[in-house]
Design a protein. Structure first.
Length: 150
């Protein structure tokens, strides 16, 4: 476990990696994404598609190939809303302003509000949690009710 204090420079470097990783992911470049983001064994994902919380990250060649096919030709810019650091943890609240071809649909806005938690172990950041939703643009009570009701 890391014992050195997390510096502003540490957070800035992590934010840069997160931004580059978002750009790589939306265009289906999982090789670059995985070079930048390492997932902890206890990683959890609350996907923007909803449903159950996913435990763990599946980097099998089959899963990586499927994800690379699902996300294509996108671009992303990461807007940092807030950063928090305590002990060996950093929390990033960001908006991923992105567009691309997703799931065979034509290029469109796929911006997400994202909260990510990273833990520093030795000299490496490991992502332990990601929660993303597509509610970048406000919705009204009726729309929220429809979503909540499934």
């Amino acid at each position: 476990m890391a014992t050195e204090k997390i510096t502003r420079e540490d957070i800035e470097a992590l934010v840069r990696d997160v931004g580059e990783a978002a750009e790589a992911y939306i265009r289906g470049d999982l090789e670059t994404y995985l070079r930048l983001i390492h997932h902890a064994d206890d990683y959890t994902l609350m996907s923007p598609f909803g449903g159950d919380v996913v435990h763990g990250f599946d980097p099998t060649p089959e899963q990586l190939a499927a994800t690379s096919e699902y996300f294509r030709s996108g671009e992303a810019e990461t807007e940092v809303v807030a950063t928090y650091a305590s002990g060996d943890l950093v929390v990033l609240a960001v908006i991923e302003r992105q567009h691309g071809e997703v799931g065979g649909l034509p290029d469109q806005d796929w911006s997400l509000r994202v909260t990510m938690v990273f833990r520093r172990t030795d000299d490496e950041w490991q992502q332990v949690h990601r929660h993303a939703d597509a509610l970048v643009h406000p919705i009204d009570l009726d729309q929220l009710s429809a979503l909540a009701g499934g």
